[in-house]
Design a protein around this ligand. Structure first.
Ligand SMILES: Nc1ncnc2c1ncn2[C@@H]1O[C@H](COP(=O)(O)OP(=O)(O)O)[C@@H](O)[C@H]1O
Ligand SMILES: [Mg+2]
Length: 247
């Protein structure tokens, strides 16, 4: 059964159409990647889904229920959380306290939140640093903290917006492994990333946004061989691969 659906989602900013009549469906437990050129509308689509912005037209369904227009907080309580492209931890709180805030945002009482905070820091590999503050963390560790805070809310569906942005190759691999671990626990993952190889390796299906429109959906292999995607986005590198596949 579909856990997340978008129906004819449209968002305008003045004269700019950022998301244009986008419809999609994601099954429970699926890992789906979202790619597209800069400015294609990827982050805006995530904001419409997570309740940060309201669509001008269209609906969002979570577990079959219409959640369009609900606040991020209400949507979080229904099991969907988004990580941010730019991370904003609470600088004066410890990692443990940061994770606790996530757990309380997700509806846990204080004692329960502490326990959950320990669990998620352990899961993302930051438990050793539970009592330090975010200013002592590397960029990669800050991304892990952002993921821990999201996990602490007990989501069913996680949206990751360029969670590997600004990371080196090794840190990117670590984060991709972590996303794989999260997917393995049965969660539904919808992620945006610029590192194509990483995204393709972790995604069961890939959606392609170009110029505000969803131009293709398919397995990573289908997407890499899709002529329209190659022209719009993947460029010569993938074009060579498609040619080799016998076009
Ligand atoms: N708050 C906003 N006000 C005006 N224009 C915006 C706003 N947010 C996004 N846009 C525009 O919408 C388009 C899609 O942006 P975005 O969703 O950030 O793309 P992506 O994440 O794919 O790079 C861009 O043209 C961007 O400039
Ligand atoms: Mg973006």
């Amino acid at each position: 059964m579909a856990v997340l659906e978008g129906e004819h989602l449209t968002k305008n900013f003045g004269g700019i159409i950022a998301v244009d009549d986008v419809s999609f469906s994601i099954e429970r437990g699926e890992t789906v990647g979202l790619i597209g050129p800069n400015g294609a509308g990827k982050s805006t689509l995530f904001r419409l889904i997570s309740g940060v912005q309201e669509p001008n037209q269209g609906r969002v369904f979570l577990d079959g229920e219409d959640v369009t227009g609900l606040s991020p907080h209400e949507i979080c309580h229904r099991g969907l959380v988004r990580t941010h492209q730019i991370v904003h931890p609470f600088e004066n709180l410890t990692l443990l306290e940061n994770a606790e805030v996530g757990a309380e945002f997700g509806g846990r009482d204080v004692d329960d939140a502490v326990e959950r905070a320990h669990e998620v820091l352990e899961f993302v590999g930051l438990h050793d640093m539970a009592h330090t503050t975010p200013d002592e963390l590397s960029v990669g560790a800050l991304k892990r903290l952002e993921i821990a805070r999201a996990l602490a809310t007990d989501p069913e569906v996680l949206l990751f917006d360029e969670v590997a942005g600004g990371l080196d190759t090794e840190e990117t691999e670590d984060i991709v492994d972590l996303i794989g671990d999260i997917a393995d626990t049965g969660k539904t993952v919808f992620l945006i990333d610029h590192v194509m190889r990483a995204l393709m390796s972790v995604s069961e299906r890939v959606f392609v946004l170009d110029n505000a429109q969803l131009i293709a959906t398919g397995t990573p292999e289908e997407i890499q061989n899709n002529q329209r995607v190659i022209e719009a986005y993947l460029g010569e590198e993938a074009g060579g691969a498609a040619g080799a596949a016998g076009d």
